[in-house]
Design a protein. Structure first.
Length: 141
C-alpha cells in the first residue's frame, strides 16, 4: 500500500490533482479487506466530507485505478468493488451474503506462459474470482 505522500506524488506524476477526498478514499481502501462499492465508500466518508458527492467517489476511484493505486473488481454484481491491494491475488465471493475476500495467489507463471504459448497473446494481467459459500453462511444454513 502507498503512504499519503507516495500517493500524492503518484497523482502529481500522472497529472492528477491531489484532493483530500482522493486521499481519504485511498486511505479507507488501504485499511479494509471488505472490497467496498462506491456507494459504501461514499456512505462511510460522507460524515467526514459533507460536500463530497457520489460522483466525486466514482471519479476518484477512476483516477486511482488509472494510476494503478487500486484495482477494480467485477464479481458479477450490479456495481464494482474496489481494492487497494494491487499485488497479485485472487478473490472469493460468498454467494449468500456477498462478502468478497482476498485469497493468496499461487505462482501463475507456468499457467501464464502456457496461455501465451497457446494464444500468442502477451498477458499483461489477470483477475481470478472464485465463488462459494463462506463459513458463516454455511453455519446458518
Amino acid at each position: 500500500m502507498l503512504s499519503a505522500i507516495e500517493l500524492a506524488t503518484k497523482l502529481r506524476e500522472n497529472g492528477c490533482k491531489v484532493t483530500p477526498q482522493r486521499l481519504a478514499i485511498y486511505d479507507m481502501l488501504s485499511k479494509t479487506t471488505e472490497h467496498p462499492t462506491a456507494e459504501t465508500i461514499y456512505n462511510k466518508l460522507k460524515p467526514l466530507y459533507p460536500a463530497m458527492s457520489l460522483a466525486t467517489v466514482y471519479k476518484s476511484v477512476e483516477v486511482l485505478e488509472k494510476i494503478d493505486a487500486i484495482q477494480v473488481l467485477n464479481t458479477g454484481e450490479d456495481s464494482f468493488r474496489y481494492d487497494a491491494n494491487v499485488a497479485q491475488h485472487f478473490h472469493i465471493k460468498c454467494m449468500h451474503c456477498g462478502r468478497v475476500m482476498d485469497v493468496p495467489c499461487q505462482d501463475l507463471k507456468p499457467l501464464v506462459e502456457n496461455l501465451e504459448k497457446k494464444t500468442q497473446f502477451t498477458i499483461t494481467g489477470q483477475q481470478v474470482y472464485f465463488y462459494g459459500i463462506c463459513p458463516d453462511c454455511q453455519k446458518q444454513h
